[in-house]
Ligand binder design. Structure first.
Ligand code: ADP
Length: 650
């Protein structure tokens, strides 16, 4: 028994585990690295212990320090979350040797499932269907090529120590084999320090369907399946439960196979048995094969919680306390349908690059379970996985749950970093997904439409303009306008390499005309304070420093360049163009001596994973370029100087 638990993790999963532990009356101990000193998971805990530097190898992977922290804080148990040390058998042994309870399986169970080849052999023995393939110790090039031929192309080469899709290669025919083998080995060596591979038949129209299992070492149940077929480069993007098109017969077969897998290793705690399913002719009980077992709680466990009503972390803690399994198979049933979408700070157009930034504004939709490890004001640092939240919805059936997912994604607001929100939304609206025609290649086949970013409409730019000028809540023609100025103001807005030079004019207490040059937009404010164009609400905005974000059907970020402010900042000096925020100069477009016009792009500054165009504040001639591409500069640093009128005349 224990009455306090240390959570050896960070981010959303540390917060998630803490929530249930708290609800069970346990004292919660957090651990943190330098970068996480003020993180949400630390704030939630009763006590927090610093364990080291930012790199995971210096903190969250330091088993010795984590165990010392648990002993120091008087915690009786350690919950590993997922990732980090959650599937590390040596860590489990060290935890137990220190007299602490590990909330999870035994070291032996983790080892049995740790290497894909040994796990497959074990499962085949236990009567669990395994993908036809070669899992042998002989790793010579010749034999591997021969085995690939015997299995029959297409085949998949996988790293035996693999995870996260690393070291995995699809080979279509014998000519490509040698090259794919070399690159899979190289990747596996770097990622896992082990370059052994296995070869598997590549399943066509593959679907990833996994079964949640639970054991107490003696009794085993399954909590039905999750479909994780929506993947990008073998990474799950949206998960759901139950699996579309699942039949009772197939579910019973998969559930029984998963329970056999858990039984074979005397499993204790929460685990997931992953299967690959050939979905080319619907779901058929003889067309699923074991891929691997994850001996921990999965990221996507909330969809199972949503349809079964079970709190899986509560079960984990109760079993770790020595209680028998809280339910029998016949007590468990499926209620409705659930989806989970993984919201990341990610630059989708740049190829899904992880992004960083301070989340100045964060709002989740009502009715959505948002499992998050960040709050408004928190920073997404470059050291860890850039997940912002998991958004989980439930409904009485798939159609309603999907509608809730779409609405939930539309109402989610994040400003301060770029996110994959538009991508998730496009996916949730995809016709094949709605029709339940999912397979692991759906995203790759439709990547262009799914990542297409529609341009901001003139209405959105108009709303961004009044927000940038602080006029959103202005009640009269005077508010927001300097008394000495005419009731007309200008601003430059940029988005990527697009630039809008916009002016705003008041034409009544609740109306403004925004002039975008080629087009004019009339905005009217309704009785609830929302701005409308042509009768329709445009969206909501958030202004953070020099950027404005409009939440319409999509999120649009703009950088604000206010020529008036710029002139004031420089005490009337419109000759010096300064960096509005710290960043890296990603391009310089002008040379000294060149003539420019007001609004011309002079340089690009990359900050908070967005590019900000630096524009000419007036017509003139470039006197000096003070920065070069690649320079890291501070806010306020001079970038480009224009010639003064006298200089030019001289
Ligand atoms: P990792 O442990 O690296 O994540 P997995 O073995 O779990 O690798 O496989 C990851 C994904 O690769 C699966 O979800 C599935 O989409 C695809 N995959 C794996 N094995 C096969 C196979 N034999 N045929 C087709 N696709 C596969």
């Amino acid at each position: 028994m224990f009455d306090s638990v240390l959570i050896a993790n960070r981010g959303e999963i540390a917060c998630r585990v803490a929530r249930t532990a708290r609800a069970m009356g346990l004292r919660v101990v957090a651990v943190y690295s330098d970068a996480d000193r003020d993180a949400a998971h630390v704030a939630m805990a009763d006590q927090a212990v610093w364990i080291g530097g930012n790199a995971p190898a210096d903190s969250y992977l330091r088993g010795d320090r984590i165990i010392a922290a648990a002993l120091e804080a008087g915690a009786g148990a350690i919950h590993p979350g997922y990732g980090f040390l959650s599937e590390n058998a040596e860590f489990v042994e060290a935890v137990e040797a220190a007299g602490l309870v590990f909330v999870g399986p035994t070291a032996g169970a983790i080892r049995a499932m740790g290497l894909k080849d040994a796990a497959k052999a074990l499962m085949a023995e236990a009567g669990v269907p395994v993908v036809p393939g070669y899992h042998g110790a002989d790793q010579s090039d010749g034999l591997l090529a021969e085995e690939a031929g015997r299995i029959g192309y297409p085949v998949l080469i996988k790293a035996v120590a693999g995870g996260g899709g690393k070291g995995m290669r699809l080979v279509e025919s014998a000519d490509g084999f040698a090259e794919a083998l070399a690159s899979a080995r190289a990747e596996a060596r770097t990622a896992f320090g082990n370059d052994a591979v296995l070869i598997e038949k590549y399943v066509s129209s593959p679907r990833h369907i996994e079964v949640q299992v639970f054991g107490d070492g003696e009794q085993f149940v399954h909590l039905f399946e999750r479909d994780c077929s929506l993947q990008r480069r073998h990474q799950k993007v949206i998960e759901e439960a139950p699996a579309p098109g699942m039949t009772e017969e197939m579910r019973a077969a998969m559930g029984a196979a998963a329970v056999r897998a858990a039984e074979a290793i005397g499993y204790r705690g929460a685990g997931t048995v992953e299967f690959i399913v050939d979905g080319s002719e619907g779901l058929r009980p003889e067309r699923f094969w074991f891929m691997e077992m994850n001996t921990r709680l999965q990221v996507e466990h909330p969809v199972t919680e949503a349809i079964t009503g079970v709190d899986l972390v509560e079960w984990q803690l109760r079993v770790a306390m020595g209680e028998p399994l809280p339910a029998r198979q016949e007590d468990l049933s499926i209620n409705g349908h659930a989806f989970e979408a993984r919201l990341y700070a990610e630059d989708v157009p740049a190829g899904f690059l992880p992004a960083t930034g301070r989340i100045g504004h964060l709002r989740f939709a009502k009715g959505v379970r948002a499992d998050s490890g960040v709050r408004a004001g928190d920073v997404i640092s470059p050291f860890y996985d850039p997940m912002i939240a998991k958004l989980i919805v439930h409904g009485p059936n798939r159609r309603i749950a999907l509608a809730r997912l779409r609405a939930g994604l539309t109402q989610t607001q994040v400003a301060g970093t770029v996110t994959n929100l538009s991508f998730l939304k496009a996916l949730s609206e995809h016709d094949k997904f709605a029709k339940e025609e999912v397979d692991t290649g759906l995203i790759a086949r439709n990547i262009d439409t799914l990542t297409y970013a529609p341009a901001a409409s003139v209405e959105v730019v108009a709303l961004a303009t009044i927000s940038a000028l602080g006029l959103e809540n202005a009640a009269s023609a005077h508010q927001g306008f300097a008394l000495w100025a005419a009731p007309r103001r200008n601003v430059l807005l940029t988005q990527g390499d697009k630039v809008w030079s916009v002016s705003v004019e008041f034409n009544g207490p609740r109306a403004m005309t925004v002039d975008l040059g080629e087009e004019q937009v009339t905005l009217m404010r309704d009785s609830e304070g929302h701005w409308r164009a042509g009768g329709a609400r445009i969206g909501e905005t958030v202004t953070l420093g020099e950027s404005v974000t409009v939440f319409a059907s999509q999120t649009h970020n703009f950088a604000i360049i206010d020529p008036l402010d710029r002139a004031m900042d420089g005490a009337g000096d419109t000759s010096l163009v300064v960096a509005p925020m710290p960043g890296v100069v990603s391009a310089v477009f002008v040379k000294s001596g060149e003539s420019v016009k007001a609004g011309d792009r002079l340089a690009l500054l990359e900050a908070m994973k967005m590019e900000h165009a630096m524009l000419a504040p007036r017509d003139g001639v470039i006197a000096e370029v003070l920065v070069a591409t690649g320079d890291q500069i501070e806010a306020g640093a001079g970038m480009i100087r224009l010639e003064q009128a006298e200089e030019a005349a001289a």
